[in-house]
Design a protein around this ligand. Sequence first.
Ligand SMILES: [Zn+2]
Length: 421
Amino acid sequence: MLQSQLFTKTQKDISADETSAGTQLLLRAGFIDKAAAGVYTILPLGFLALQKIERIVAAAMDGLGAQRVAMPSLVPKKNWEATGRWAGLDVLYKVKGKGGEEYGLGATLEEIVTPVAQKFSFSYKDFPFAIYQIQTKFRDELRAKSGLLRGREFLMKDLYSFHVDQKDCDDYYERVKEAYFEIFKAAGLAPITFLTLADGGTFSKFSHEFQTVTAAGEDIVYHCGNCGFAVNKEIKEDYPKCPECGSADFDEKKAIEVGNIFKLGTKYSAAFGFEASGADGGKLPVLMCCYGIGLTRLLGTVAETSRDENGIIWPQAIAPFEIHLIELEAKDGEANREIKKNAQKIYSDLQKKNISVLYDDRPGKSAGEKFKDADLLGMPRRLVISQKTLEQKGVEIKKRGEKETKLAGLDKICDYNFQDR
Ligand SMILES: [Zn+2]
């Protein structure tokens, strides 16, 4: 993409009421724009990163054999009443149509997915199966001061699995746990993300959260120094010792919840009278689990945890572009033409190799301005072509977050291994 064509620009000043440093950087870099507290527009560069996150998450869900659907955001009142959540879910936005019909805006989708699954599944032979979607969610959060970390409108992946056998349910839950770690690994969050025991509700002793440790986190987790698990605050109150290993050696940390998984048991299936016929002709209860990951929150978490004082440092897998190619203007017209010609060739050759490039072709910008913007935008590698590099028949390469630069030959740049260096 040509940076001269990008309609967004980096900004010096943003509103002071953003408390998350990562969200501040995303706003300054022009990845997102704030419409209201907890409500954001995802701008072109932010959208590219979000799309990459979406692909990683969707591929993981497909790998689990889950089938993708798109459920509505307007969830009829009667569905919420069936589960008692019209009155019981305090974050529900309620809207009324012209004919007086009422809806709750999708905050979570058990009220849709359960009756849908019920329409097609009658016998134990129809189980197990899993359904997922990646869709906008709405939650009427009282406090929405942490930017993308706690939105009132946000993009979320929710997966629901359906089983008639407890062991099958438990096995699938473990598979999802592993898939989640793979997702957080791809997003560069694995070393600071802990599996955290949380309250399980009515049907299970524990549920699990995936908590990423960062000072901007709104949650407090207690990391067990002995076994590596973490427990959240409510569990810590119930279990002064680690429920996994019995150690009392806890380290208190602030964290962001980037995912959560629950065994729901028959909580929602029973509310809709959803049962399956068994092999002997009797009725079997349907067991459900739900598994969430907030995609916009994940974007905000990466910006929060992977940055320095100059800007974001995108992990390769979710960077909007792999390469930020910068041409520096020379004073001399002839030299300038030579710089542009070489920059355009590199831009075109790299794209032919399926390497995504943001090309800073903006005229009239100083080297300082271009480098500052490149650091703020945070693409994994910066390539600079200038009169100085051309005199050495080369291109300067710098990895974001490192100080050292290297010179690669003009004719070698397309064969350069950008993954390893
Ligand atoms: Zn432990």
